[in-house]
Design a binder for this molecule. Structure first.
Ligand code: ZN
Length: 158
């Protein structure tokens, strides 16, 4: 049996924060604002995983009012959520995702993101797609005010 999930996230860009996407620290003069490390790609994947099994969402599971999640490394949250998926008897069939950022260029960092995420999610490289786009200077993302990510996740019953 297969279950599909859709994840989306957006964070505002601000000075004085590290830019962390897909578990990778990216060289940039701004970072994403959030209660955790604001890893927009991991958050979209988490919401896709949770959505596939109708297990609520990242904000319900890890509320931003809880001090224990302040500046937390999102790979830790991803490990927890993947554990829930496994508990329910599912593994990941494949994931497709988009990072939408006007700058910096994501492409050089994607292999490292795949290394980190495939290891946590126990899938081979070919089962995780990470694509990068700009928003052609339009809207908040195109105006370099924010970075967003989308993920579609397909789970299969073991
Ligand atoms: Zn987020």
């Amino acid at each position: 049996m297969y279950r599909i999930g859709l994840g989306y996230d957006i964070h505002r860009l601000t000075t004085g924060r590290d830019l962390i996407i897909g578990g990778v620290k990216i060289t940039h003069e701004k970072g994403l604002l959030g209660h955790s490390d604001a890893d927009v790609l991991i958050h979209a994947i988490i919401d896709g995983l949770l959505g596939a099994l109708a297990l609520t969402d990242i904000g319900t599971l890890f509320p931003d009012t809880d001090k224990k999640y302040k500046d937390i490394d999102s790979t830790i949250l991803l490990k927890k959520v993947y554990g829930k998926i496994r508990e329910k008897g599912y593994t990941i069939n494949n994931i497709d995702s988009n990072i939408i950022a006007q700058e910096p260029k994501m492409m050089p960092y994607i292999p490292k993101m795949k290394d980190i995420l495939c290891k946590i999610l126990e899938i081979p490289y070919e089962d995780l797609s990470i694509k990068a786009k700009t928003n052609e200077q339009m809207d908040a993302v195109g105006q370099k005010l924010a970075i967003e990510a989308h993920a579609v996740v397909l789970l299969k019953k073991v």
